[in-house]
Design a protein around this ligand. Structure first.
Ligand code: FAD
Ligand code: N01
Length: 543
């Protein structure tokens, strides 16, 4: 109802239609029978996989775990083609889920939520969109994603460039033709690392602007043998159970040996074995202390630097690609296919912007140090205003008109990454303070959705109206989140986990590093203890 001022009364507004919004919609609408409206900025479902269509985009969770586990038939019937499917296949999967459960029918697409204000007289949330839709709803659930607000650095002259410019997280649906063109990629995080080898094969010339060299583990991508997948499917219950109680949301066997429990030759053999397996298994199935011990992490780091030196033919270039300023595991682990091999191509050039800083973007290209690089296309693989960026783009106001943005000015404060004190009946799926981005996310998303549905039905069964996090419980949770992050490698790098990629953003470690299993236990205990840390009330929470 674009332009309309009519207010629609609802039980729940769900913002976002990616993995989180799809499952939340299904649970609230189809399992609990609520009147739900989903609002999605994109023109279709998919979230991350709708927006990130850059060449080479694929998941790095193994596909058989990068999907929903809530519906047995869906799990048994869907067939993944490979270990790490590409973006179109994942988008097809999410489209299939939407079709299967008819999840588009109560979704407003091409519509962005601008504001959500809690109305204390009615105990309802007033929600407004940029299409003029207005809702008054008992619950609001943000399913807005941790990595859904792209960031393009404010380089001098950025808007004067007359060629084509794209951010990886808002890629044109029709694709980009790189043939015969000179291309620049700025950024060598996961998006840059996935796209650089593919763009290098298509473009006439590629210049990569690198700020921080990264550690990478080979993906060992390949097609999945149907027989192997069928075996996995037979064991899905056990596999999922293991993943749900693991550290990272994967069903991998975790070693409890330290990197120092073995002699040098044995350590080398184990790391080689992890390297051959590829992907996150290198982290989880080799040694237990790569995430927590600087010296253990350094052993793995040096192992990886050795692989880079072996792969890149030009020793001077290899030196520029070596990660030396942060320990392995302190930034998001990157899983690559042919990344370092790409630098052996004649049409690929690396600019180390620490030595030659980007001075400005001109009409025709990029000036770094004293050199001007003429390009036809600039690809910004410069990441996201992660975890809080999409919250800050919505004017969310709770009790007494308090703005969430103001409350979080010094860093996000939540109870369980699920709710924030002063914002009754507002739930966050994978909010800051939950394992979210440190896990295989569908596992974390499903746990949050189940917990939120559990809360909603508890309120209804007990004729309660509102739930709000207690300040004391929230403070204790924030302290716990900091405590578990403190001994990890994550505190030793400038990463987006800490907000370091956004100028002026408070340096606070945002996700919960205690692991999905430990987190689940906390949540289960909270529920078993009658929603400990929450105030549940039949009417006004102010009374
Ligand atoms: P999203 O998929 O981000 O969906 C959020 C939706 O909310 C978006 O569609 C957005 O348009 C919408 N939205 C936001 N704000 C508003 C608003 N104000 N109004 C209306 N709509 C709004 N995780 C893994 O576990 N494994 C992986 O292999 C993996 N690969 C990734 C690859 C890429 C390229 C990226 C960027 C992320 C990857 N992730 C991966 C993380 C990924 O974001 C999650 O796995 C998952 O897709 C998140 O789902 P979501 O529904 O919570 O959020
Ligand atoms: O973003 P990033 P991303 N000047 O922030 C550089 C998920 N994901 O889109 O490292 C120059 O990681 C920045 O440099 P530095 C995954 O969770 C998963 O790649 O900050 N350079 C970095 O090199 C991932 O972690 C997959 O020094 C600047 C790059 O830009 C998250 O999404 C694929 C700069 C940004 O890297 C984000 O990944 C894609 C500046 N001003 C994404 N600002 C999978 O494979 C930033 N940079 C599953």
């Amino acid at each position: 109802m674009p332009g309309s001022t009519k207010v629609r009364e609802l039980d729940a507004v769900v913002i976002g239609a990616g993995f989180s919004g799809l499952f939340m919609n299904h649970r609230l609408r189809d399992t609990l029978g609520l009147d739900v409206q989903v609002i999605e900025a994109g023109s279709d479902v998919g979230g991350t996989w709708y927006w990130n269509r850059y060449p080479g985009a694929r998941c790095d969770s193994e596909a058989y775990m990068y999907c929903f586990g809530f519906d047995r038939d869906l799990m048994q019937q869907w067939e993944w083609s490979g270990k790490y499917p590409e973006q179109p296949e994942i988008l097809r999967y999410l489209g299939h889920v939407a079709d299967r459960f008819d999840l588009r029918r109560n979704t407003s697409f091409n519509t962005r939520v601008r504001s959500a204000h809690f109305h204390e007289e009615s105990n309802r949330w007033d929600v407004e969109t940029d299409a003029g839709e207005r809702y008054r709803s008992r619950f609001v659930i943000t399913a807005i994603g941790c990595l859904s607000t792209g960031q393009i650095p404010d380089f001098r002259g950025r808007d004067t460039f007359t060629g084509e410019a794209y951010h990886t997280g808002a890629w044109p649906h029709e694709g980009v033709d790189f043939a015969g063109k000179k291309v620049a990629v700025i950024g060598t995080g996961s998006s840059g690392v996935q796209s650089i080898p593919v763009i290098a094969r298509q473009a006439d010339h590629l210049t990569v602007f690198q700020r921080t060299p990264q550690y990478m583990i080979p993906a060992r991508h390949g097609n999945v043998d149907k027989a192997v997948l069928d075996e996995i499917k037979k064991e899905y219950d056990t596999i999922y159970d293991k993943a749900r109680h693991s550290t990272g949301g994967f069903p991998y066997d975790v070693q409890d040996r330290s990197a120092f429990d073995v002699e040098d030759a044995e350590r080398r053999r184990i790391l080689e074995e992890g390297w051959e397996m590829g992907g996150f298994k290198f982290m989880f199935s080799t040694f237990s202390d790569l995430r927590t011990s600087l010296t253990a992490s350094e052993l793995a780091g040096e192992f990886i630097r050795g692989k880079i030196r072996e792969t890149v033919n030009d020793p001077e270039l290899a030196q520029k690609l070596l990660p030396l300023d942060h320990p392995f595991g302190s930034k998001r682990i990157l899983i690559d296919t042919d990344y370092f091999e790409t630098y052996n191509r004649d049409n690929v050039e690396l600019v180390d912007i620490n030595a030659e800083p980007i001075v400005e973007i001109t009409e025709t290209g990029i000036t770094a140090g004293d050199t001007h690089h003429d390009v036809d296309v600039i690809v910004y693989a410069t990441g996201f205003d992660a975890m809080t960026g999409s919250f800050n783009r919505i004017d969310i106001r709770g009790l007494d008109g308090q703005r969430l943005k103001d409350k979080w000015a010094a860093g996000p404060r939540t109870y369980l990454g699920l709710t924030s004190a002063g914002f009754p009946n507002l739930f966050m799926i994978t909010g800051p303070g939950s394992p979210s981005v440190l896990s295989n996310m569908p596992i974390s998303i499903e746990q949050h959705v189940e917990m939120i549905s559990g809360i909603v039905s508890h309120l209804d069964r007990n004729e309660l109206e509102l739930i709000e996090a207690e300040v004391r419980a929230e403070d204790a949770w924030v302290e716990h989140v900091n405590e578990v992050a403190e001994p990890t490698m994550f505190m030793h790098a400038n990463s987006w986990y800490l907000g370091a990629n956004i100028p002026g953003k408070p340096r606070v470690f945002m996700p919960y590093a205690g692991g999905v299993g430990a987190y689940r236990q906390h949540c289960d205990k909270v529920v078993a203890n009658g929603y400990e840390g929450f105030t549940l009330s039949p009417g006004s929470v102010k009374a």
